[in-house]
Design a protein around this ligand. Structure first.
Ligand code: MN3
Length: 250
């Protein structure tokens, strides 16, 4: 059983870092959250090209099932992709069957469900499809390291140093209470680290996702048990796919 989503709830979506802090950042968050129900903020609205293209489907992993080991084991991916991700797809297909959303693009379904208080279950499942597809692409064998010069410059502008960015992303992953996601996002031209609870995701808050780390226990418990920080640190150091992140900025 999943918890209720926290979409639009400013108090549960904490902006951890970025170029600005304090009341201005809070007001910006409040505005983007207020826009969530009407299809996203001005900076990244419903007209933007989808990061995850296509309909409701379980995509193949973009690498072999054992390719992320030993950081993430084959066994974790068998369950995480083959059982958890697949279950979100199956449930979403069931929920949209015979409705006007059947056959729609995944992002359109996520936005429609986010805007309708009666569609919490659909939002949770459809958003989790999006989040997981984005997560698989946020990782790659032999990843980690640093991004190319243009993106690295943006990160250093927002976080002062690349190491400070990494520390803040790990901190977001560790401090998300319960289930959720840690993200590097772009909002209004600035990069920031945010975390979301449960199935919540940046695209319904007017933010563009660049990278994500799944911090639901199913993402790491077989490999790390309770050591979420070690999982997050290993992912940041060894798996982050900076090519994918750079592609998101276009
Ligand atoms: Mn997961």
């Amino acid at each position: 059983m999943e918890a209720q989503p926290s979409r639009g709830a400013v108090d549960r979506r904490h902006v951890l870092a970025g170029a600005v802090v304090g009341s201005a950042a809070f007001l910006a968050s409040a505005r983007s959250a207020a826009n969530a129900g009407t299809g996203g903020g001005a900076a990244f609205g419903a007209g933007a090209a989808p990061a995850i293209k296509g309909g409701v489907e379980l995509p193949a992993l973009p690498y072999a099932i054992d390719a992320l080991a030993p950081v993430i084991s084959q066994r974790t991916l068998e369950f995480h992709h083959g059982k958890h991700h697949k279950a979100y797809v199956d449930t979403t297909l069931e929920l949209v069957k015979g409705t006007p959303l059947e056959g729609q693009e995944l992002e359109a379904i996520v936005r429609a469900a986010a805007a309708d208080k009666e569609k919490t279950k659909l939002f949770n499942n459809a958003a989790q499809i999006w989040n997981h597809t984005f997560y698989w692409n946020s990782l790659k064998p032999g990843g980690g390291g640093k991004p190319g010069a243009p993106l690295l410059a943006k990160i250093e502008s927002a976080f002062k140093t690349f190491d400070e960015f990494k520390a803040q992303l790990v901190e977001a992953a560790v401090s998300q209470f319960g289930t959720g996601w840690a993200w590097l996002v772009e909002e209004g031209g600035a990069l920031k680290v945010v975390k979301t609870a449960d199935a919540d995701l940046p695209l319904v808050h007017g933010q563009r996702a660049l990278l994500t780390i799944d911090v639901w226990e199913h993402a790491y418990y077989l490999d790390y048990q309770n050591l979420r920080k070690k999982y997050a640190q290993e992912v940041v150091d060894k798996l982050l796919n900076w090519d994918w992140a750079a592609q998101q900025l276009g």
